[in-house]
Design a protein around this ligand. Structure first.
Ligand SMILES: NCc1[nH]cc(CCC(=O)O)c1CC(=O)O
Length: 314
């Protein structure tokens, strides 16, 4: 007889999403002292997965990957939803809450290439493929002599295209490679001081209904407070910059003891201009409030400084 379901966990059905959802399932089951099987995984197809036309994805923004999960929470088809935090919009619907941020995986980008150990080693004119506007801009900022092109698809597809020689190099989140057991594909790791990753990279989000006390209670103690503090700083930075999908934005906060250090930047898509801030402050008693204030202030400073230069036309 199948065990009774305690909670149903919704997530996108992609390989990476299911891999990270299984990790959460195992860790949460261990924390609650139950068999993993009673936390049932329910794959949910999102508009972002269905729509093949990139322009529609850009028009709909990040919400295209979360709307169906929010609806499944509302309908009671699932009790909690797992997201990559970097794909979660900064503003959530009023009835949905970011209930828990589990332990964060390594936030760094991996440089992946069969031709070079690092970006600096690529020959002039080499082609770096990535669908990420941020990675394109950072590449051109560091190496204006390279070519950038879009490289789409899931992690497997992108690695296959690299192997087929479509591009000379790409960047992938190390966290995703690790969760898929593909860490060995990383030729090197990007130093966040040189090119910070996407805000919230490597972190996962567990969302639920605001009024679901049973789930919120079960998630208490599963949160990693340092990860929460870091992502709150990074999301506040994003929100202050009004991160449209068309603005390359990077942000990384790291908590160490009572201090938080933050590095964040935005660039023009052609990589010709970059606005960057870095700062460390003491966290004090209200760690989340301090982190949010820091991210919001630094994001606001960059917004004021860059002004129209970062409001891109389509
Ligand atoms: N943009 C897609 C995406 N969203 C989350 C991850 C995995 C890493 C993470 O959890 O931050 C990836 C793949 C990538 O950027 O290489």
């Amino acid at each position: 007889m199948a065990p009774a379901s305690l909670f149903r966990i919704g997530a996108r059905g992609s390989k990476l999403s299911l891999a990270q959802t299984r990790l959460v399932q195992a860790a949460l089951a261990a924390r609650l002292g139950v068999e993993p099987g009673v936390l049932e995984i329910v794959p949910i197809v999102t508009s972002g997965d269905r729509i093949q036309d990139r322009r529609l994805i850009e028009a709909g923004g990040k919400g295209l990957f979360t709307k169906e999960l929010d609806e499944a929470l509302r309908d009671g088809r699932i009790d909690l939803a797992i997201h990559s935090l970097k794909d979660l919009p900064t503003a959530l619907p009023d009835d949905i809450v970011l209930a828990c941020v589990p332990e964060r995986e390594d936030p760094r980008d991996a440089f992946v290439s069969l031709r070079a150990k690092a970006l600096a080693d690529l020959p002039a004119g080499a082609v770096v493929g990535t669908a990420s506007l941020r990675r394109q801009a950072q590449t051109l900022f560091a190496r204006p002599d390279l070519k950038v092109t879009t490289l789409r698809g899931n992690v497997d597809t992108r690695l296959a295209k690299l192997e087929a020689g479509d591009v000379d190099a790409t960047f992938l989140a190390l966290a995703g490679l690790k969760r898929l057991g593909l860490e060995s594909r990383a030729a090197s790791l990007v130093d966040p001081e040189e090119a910070p990753p996407a805000a919230c990279q490597g972190a996962l989000a567990i969302t639920t209904r605001v009024d679901d006390a049973r789930v919120r209670e079960a998630l208490e103690g599963f949160e990693d407070l340092n990860a929460r503090v870091e992502i709150e700083a990074e999301r506040a930075f994003l929100a202050a910059l009004d991160g449209s999908c068309r603005t390359p934005i990077s942000a990384l906060a790291r908590v160490s003891g009572d201090a938080i250090s933050f590095i964040g930047e935005t660039l023009t898509p052609d990589g010709k201009k970059r606005w960057q801030r870095r700062e460390s402050v003491a966290l004090g008693d209200d760690r989340v409030a301090t982190a949010r204030a820091l991210g919001a202030r630094l994001g606001g400073e960059i917004r004021d400084e860059a002004g129209d230069a970062i409001v891109m036309d389509a």
